[in-house]
Design a protein around this ligand. Structure first.
Ligand SMILES: Nc1nc2c(ncn2[C@@H]2O[C@H](COP(=O)(O)OP(=O)(O)OP(=O)(O)O)[C@@H](O)[C@H]2O)c(=O)[nH]1
Ligand SMILES: [Mg+2]
Length: 205
């Protein structure tokens, strides 16, 4: 009986917490993006870009958006570190994949790393937010449309995804991207599955 009421209480009153993985090859701008996110959604000043160093371990960022808690896991994208990504897949509600839109010489590496992420069974059903970063402040950045064509995003039909142009420096595109992410995570089958696995099932009918 107690566990029934406890389950009900937990379902009704605990704030949902979503885990979002930030992936992408090195220098894409993942950590800069996370710091901008933190300063956009909290009173905390994010680290300025000139104090951000390449990620070797894990950076964690927490924000709250419309009563929903988001925990971001930002991992290093250097080739030797990418094998660590998959250790976080099972617990992730969604993925943000960051691409440096101003560096065409690395598009191929970025595309194949993205395809590998999308193929992984442990991320089945996870919504994916693909971000073309450095979009506004660098003239050499390719357009959102051109990058979408290169990535061949049309073939992602079965996946819940959004492709957005952002700038981690000035915040372009950040709010609409995060709002989309919260909305899709709230009603995704993946969230239901992770909730059930954590014992947070809904109240009995
Ligand atoms: N112009 C411009 N530069 C950016 C932007 N975002 C990031 N950068 C720069 O890109 C470089 C890499 O940024 P990081 O945030 O360290 O990249 P990362 O993806 O976290 O890299 P790893 O931790 O090595 O995987 C830094 O020099 C940043 O200042 C942006 O929106 N515009
Ligand atoms: Mg980093």
């Amino acid at each position: 009986m107690f566990s029934l009421f406890y389950g009900l209480w937990k379902y009704m009153f605990s704030k949902t917490e979503f885990h979002v993985l930030i992936l992408g090859i090195d220098k894409a701008g993942k950590t800069t993006f996370l710091e901008k996110l933190k300063s956009t959604y909290s009173n905390l000043e994010g680290l300025p870009p000139d104090r951000i160093v390449p990620t070797v371990g894990l950076n964690i960022g927490r924000i709250e958006v419309s009563n929903t808690k988001l925990v971001f896991w930002d991992l290093g994208g250097q080739p030797g570190l990418r094998s660590i990504w998959e250790k976080y897949y099972e617990e992730a509600h969604a993925v943000i994949y960051v691409i440096d839109a101003a560096c065409p010489s690395r598009f191929e590496d970025s595309k194949s790393a993205l395809e590998k992420v999308l193929r992984n069974e442990d991320l089945q059903g996870a919504p994916v937010l693909i971000l073309a970063n450095k979009q506004q402040d660098l003239d050499e950045a390719v357009s959102r449309e051109e990058l979408a064509r290169y990535l061949d995003l049309k073939k992602l039909d079965e996946r819940v995804y959004m492709f957005e142009a952002v700038s981690a420096y000035d915040g372009l595109g950040i709010k609409q991207s995060v709002e989309w992410l919260v909305e899709v995570m709230e009603r995704s089958k993946r969230t239901e599955m992770l909730r059930a696995r954590a014992g947070l099932t809904g109240p009995p009918a």
